[in-house]
Every structure is written in structure tokens, then in C-alpha cells.
Design a protein around this ligand. Structure first.
Ligand code: CTP
Length: 419
């Protein structure tokens, strides 16, 4: 059985949907997965722990203070675990986990665990829509927690709307995907840039752009979930650090160039998703420039084109990915950038379409690789786009004879020998 070596902790919190979790557990156990269940008190009021004991053939943890368990059960239970899932996850458990509150076995174990986490929210529609719940979910998403659902439909309270536990097949798919993928890219170093650089004019003004960093953060998170070592060079993004990612914060194009050049050499994949300013003021003032009677003329000089420089320095085995933000002739212009900057893949995005690209939740990308293969992706969330981009990079790596991991190692060895 494919998952016989895998172990999952399943937290069950007190939503009416808790009874559905039993069916999910039964299917997962049949695939060979070892599941240790932790139930909150509220969950036990809704379903009996014996059900899960019978289904998993293992003990069910219900309290921090069980007589026969050690005082450190919450730490021990999380050891050697491949995935921690909370199904259903109530608004309460989501809020506690986002805030780092640990006041029972489930929340304590969650906090003591530093691996992959999946949650499937289920609650009343108004509770789900409440800004507090939405903000908490965003915090968790930002930390790399995989959130599945909720879906729409009739809720236990009689209301209709979003808040139903996602279909079990969908939750199972995501669990298996996470278990399958989390070690896939172990030992690979991926460098991603995100956000928008700012060029200082004076003490309070800058030239900037509206990039939020979402696309680069989604890529960094998706790579980390697959086990890669990820360095994220982030310019002026207000997003929280994704879980398991080394974040280097920068401001200007020049700062970004230094941070990227420092780490790029060792990276197998470099993705420049940041919107880098092309010009910077020739002179900056450390004080605030006073308003004069006339106009103000700024003299600008070009910044370093980081990606073009990486293209020149590209070593054998390295995959270089750029973005091309275009207002017209999308594919033609993107292809020109691919060639000019010596890229392996360019992700072209139109910037004149509503709800797409800069600072938005979704993205509409066309992926063009150096062999000319062009994939026009439909409009999708940046998390979904990130998965597609990673799949393409994996394809490029497996296609290129010179860039198999073994060859990569021998290249590295050769580089070392060359001094
Ligand atoms: N880029 C970079 N350094 C710069 C400018 C851009 O590394 N100084 C990278 C971006 O991160 C992106 C790619 O180059 O991956 C293309 O950026 P884009 O702004 O679309 O194009 P430019 O090369 O700046 O050309 P233009 O502004 O003329 O479209």
C-alpha cells in the first residue's frame, strides 16, 4: 500500500460535520495510512471516540491530562508525523490556531507541530463570512496551511450558503496530494522574489508599484509544501512570512539585486516574480524635499536588470523563470524577454485586464518555455497558478538532459574543482 509508511494526526473539533470525518478516516486507513486522532471535548459530545478507535485501530487522544498518558503527550504525539489535519475545523479552533493559543490537547499539539497542516473549515455561514474568521484563515494561509473548502449548500443550522464541510473526496484528494508531494523536492534550493521594489526620492517619498507579493508568496509556499528549501526575497510586501520559508526583506531594486546575487548561484531554480523598478532617482535626499513654487524634475537612472544578469551568469542545470507584465502583444513581448534574458520559462501576464495581475487574488498567465511550448492557463487563484508553474518547471528539469539532479551534483562538483 502506497501510504503504509505515512502517519497522520487528525484533529476533530466540535462541528456537526464531525460525524462525516469517520467515513474519511475509514477510506484513508484502507490506503494504509496510520492515523492518530485527537478529539476536542466539543467533538466528543457529537461523536464517540470509540468510533475512531475502532476505525483506526489505535488510541484516540482526548485530553492533555489523561491518566495513562505522559505529561508530554502533546509533544510526543506530533513526532514522526507526515501531516496534521483538522477536520472539521470550527471558527473557534481556527481562531486559536491563528493566534497561537494552546489550551487543550488539540491546540497544544498544533502549536508543537512544525510540519504540513491541512484544515477543512465547517461552520455557520455568518461565522464563516465574519471578518475575524476570514482574517484568521488568511493568517493560516499565509503560514502555508492548506485550507480545503468550505463548500456551499444547506448548513446544519438550516441556512443555505458557504460553510459546509468540503466534499470528503475533495479533502481526501488534498490529503493524499500533500502526503505524496511533501518530500518530492527535498534538498532543492529555490529562490523566489516577490513584491514591488521602491526607489527612494526623499525621506518620505518613493517611486513604487502596486505589486502585493501574492504571486511570489504563493510560489514560495507551494515549493515549501513539496519539501524544497526556499529563499524568498520579498520587497515591501505586507503578507506574513510563509511557513517553512527563509524570507529576506528588501526595499529597493539595488537591495534586491544584492540579496538575489548572493543566493542565486546555489539555487537550482530562480523565479523572479517581483515587480522590479526600472529606474531610480539619480539623487535622493535624506530630508523631506520642500514644496517649491514651480514643478519638480527628477533625473532617473536605470536600475540593474537582475534577471538579465542572472541569465548571463546562469550555470548548467539552473532553471531561470521570469515574469512578463505586458499591456499589449503579450506573447510576442514575453517571448522577446525569454530570449533576451536567457530564460527557461516566462510567465506572461496581461496588466490591462480587470481583476488580474498586480495586487489581485487571481492571475491569468500564459507560460512559454524556451522550446516554444506555450500554455494558456485560464483565470485561477495565485495558489493554483503556482502549482501549474511548478509542474512546468519540474517538466523542464526532467526534460533537460543536462539538468537532472545527478548531473547537477556533478556540475557542482566540477564548479568546486574549478575553484
Ligand atoms: N526584472 C528584473 N530586474 C529589473 C526589471 C525586471 O529582474 N530591473 C525582471 C522581473 O522580475 C520580471 C522580468 O524581469 O521577471 C520582466 O520584467 P518586466 O517589468 O515585465 O519587464 P522589463 O524587463 O522591465 O521590460 P519592460 O519594462 O520594457 O516591459
Amino acid at each position: 500500500m502506497k501510504f503504509a509508511e505515512k502517519r497522520m494526526i487528525l484533529g476533530i473539533s466540535g462541528g456537526i460535520a464531525a460525524y462525516k470525518t469517520a467515513e474519511l478516516v475509514s477510506g484513508l486507513v484502507q490506503r494504509g495510512l496510520a492515523i492518530d486522532v485527537i478529539m476536542t471535548q466539543a467533538a466528543q459530545a457529537l461523536v464517540g471516540s470509540k468510533t475512531f478507535q475502532a476505525l483506526t485501530g489505535r488510541g484516540v487522544y482526548t485530553s492533555l491530562w489523561e491518566e495513562d498518558s505522559s505529561p508530554l503527550a502533546h509533544i510526543q504525539v506530533t513526532a514522526q508525523t507526515d501531516l496534521f489535519a483538522v477536520i472539521p475545523a470550527t471558527a473557534n479552533i481556527i481562531a486559536k490556531y491563528a493566534a497561537g493559543i494552546a489550551d487543550d490537547l488539540l491546540t497544544t499539539a498544533l502549536l508543537a507541530y512544525d510540519g504540513a497542516v491541512l484544515i477543512a473549515p465547517a461552520m455557520n455561514l455568518r461565522m464563516y463570512k465574519h471578518p475575524a474568521t476570514q482574517a484568521n484563515l488568511n493568517v493560516l494561509r499565509g503560514r502555508g496551511v492548506e485550507i480545503v473548502g468550505p463548500s456551499e449548500g444547506r448548513l446544519a443550522c438550516g441556512d443555505e450558503g458557504e460553510g459546509r464541510l468540503a466534499p470528503l473526496a475533495q479533502i481526501e484528494f488534498h490529503i493524499l496530494r500533500l502526503l505524496e508531494r511533501q518530500k518530492e523536492l527535498a534538498d532543492r534550493l529555490v529562490l523566489v522574489t516577490a513584491g514591488g521594489t521602491r526607489e527612494k526620492i526623499d525621506a518620505v517619498r518613493f517611486i513604487g508599484n502596486p505589486a502585493s507579493g501574492r504571486m511570489g508568496y504563493a510560489l514560495a509556499r507551494a515549493y515549501a509544501l513539496r519539501g524544497a528549501k526556499v529563499v524568498l526575497v520579498s520587497a515591501n510586501s505586507s503578507l506574513p512570512d510563509p511557513y517553512g520559508v527563509e524570507v529576506v526583506r528588501v526595499h529597493s531594486a539595488d537591495d534586491m539585486a544584492s540579496a538575489v546575487f548572493e543566493r542565486a548561484q546555489e539555487a537550482q531554480v530562480v523565479i523572479m516574480a517581483a515587480a522590479v523598478g526600472d529606474y531610480t532617482p539619480k539623487e535622493t535626499s535624506s530630508e523631506k524635499i520642500k514644496k517649491g513654487a514651480g514643478g519638480l524634475t527628477l533625473e532617473l537612472s536605470p536600475t540593474v536588470d537582475i534577471l538579465a544578469e542572472l541569465g548571463k551568469r546562469k550555470r548548467a542545470g539552473q532553471v531561470l523563470v521570469g515574469f512578463a507584465a505586458e499591456s499589449d502583444q503579450l506573447e510576442e513581448n514575453a517571448r522577446k524577454k525569454l530570449v533576451a534574458k536567457n530564460l527557461d520559462l516566462v510567465c506572461a501576464n496581461p496588466i490591462n485586464e480587470e481583476g488580474v495581475g498586480f495586487a489581485s487574488e487571481d492571475n491569468l498567465l500564459t507560460l512559454i518555455d524556451s522550446s516554444g511550448v506555450t500554455t494558456r492557463l485560464p483565470l485561477m487563484s495565485k495558489d493554483e497558478v503556482a502549482e501549474q508553474v511548478i509542474e512546468r518547471i519540474i517538466e523542464i528539469i526532467s526534460r533537460g538532459e543536462n539538468i537532472s539532479p545527478d548531473n547537477l551534483l556533478s556540475h557542482e562538483r566540477k564548479d568546486a574543482e574549478d575553484g
